[in-house]
Design a protein around this ligand. Sequence first.
Ligand code: AMP
Length: 422
Amino acid sequence: MSFNNLGLSAPLLKAIKEQGYDTPTPIQAQAIPVILQRKDILAGAQTGTGKTAGFTLPMLEILERTKHKREGRHIKALILTPTRELAAQVEESVSLYGKHLPYKSTVIFGGVKINPQIVALRKGVDIVVATPGRLLDHISQKTIDLKHVDFLILDEADRMLDMGFVNDIKKVIAVLPKERQTLLFSATYSDDIKKLSNQFLKSPTLIEVARANTSSEIVKQAVYHVDKERKHELLRHLIIEGKWKQILVFTRTKHGANRLSDQLEKDGITSAAIHGNKSQNARTKALADFKAGQVRVLVATDIAARGIDIDQLPHVVNYELPNVSEDYVHRIGRTGRAGNEGEAVSLVCVDEDDFLKSIEKLINKDIPKIWLKGFKPDPSIKAEPINMGGNRGARNKPRGAGAKSANGGGSSSNRSRNSRRA
Ligand code: AMP
């Protein structure tokens, strides 16, 4: 299979070549021809599968084939994403793949001034990548014209639902034309995703690359059993002994992310934390420093890390297991991207045994366990309830192995809706 057979025109093939891609990934090979037939699709694909190019390339191709010409403030294509980081990255991809084409794109998200966005929209753009909250602000201020959108993409739709965006998505769709093509991408299939699809997609073609709810098979996974108090020491040991260079570490709480980042800095390991309490500029800088290799460890909470796209990220560490099992799949999907080898290790204390069981049930396999010499857990320490760092809401309540999410079905209705401005 080659990109030449997919029906993409020369300016796109040129951009693909410049990116150094030889062959389409499975999601690209399957989705691109279907999208070019102007069909709706429901695609089950995690980050790291090449899904962004999978929808961006045919979207640009359709603009090209329809000889699209910008008219006033009409927007042709709208891409909705759950987080600011993902929105920015998707827009970067649109610009990158479309660099030999005349179409203009812009990105819209909250947490930054609205005026420059208004100016960009006023000048006229063809493609908008947006998070739902700020997009609604523009809709209500009438600073955006979505009446001519004929291409809607919901990227990481499962995460948008988790973050409580369902009503915002519905409000946005309500102002779009009924006649349009809709593409829905989601890493997991829940009942809520099916509902969304039934409501807004027209006889979609189902495309699935990795089986639903399966953690990427190229990612090597391991669990280190260790006492909670010794996790920091073990992490330092693993980083130093393994000579790890670029490590994305997940904590459950913002406070935990800050504390761990400070501890690592004291150890002489350069580190930065990103989470929802940091300004957008601080998050962008931390990510840039991490990508450039100036910061060795990036400590992140789940929502802040969503959409982070780092080529060849070798190590993901779950410093604490997520209480929502699907987040584990999202986390480890940060490594082993586009065929590169990746390793995801989880530091698990006795309090987290139920989370581990839920995760293994969801991914339908046992993760290899390691009891490292010198770090074996003290058997006299008994499990205690997990402190969620003062975050309220159902999403942060620990759930046992028998929790409904373990089978990936119908879980998001259990979650709080209060984390929309991630
Ligand atoms: P995504 O799943 O869209 O986040 O993409 C994951 C990574 O794969 C990105 O860093 C892309 O640059 C890269 N990628 C996308 N398509 C290809 C391809 N056909 N060949 C190699 N790498 C790719």
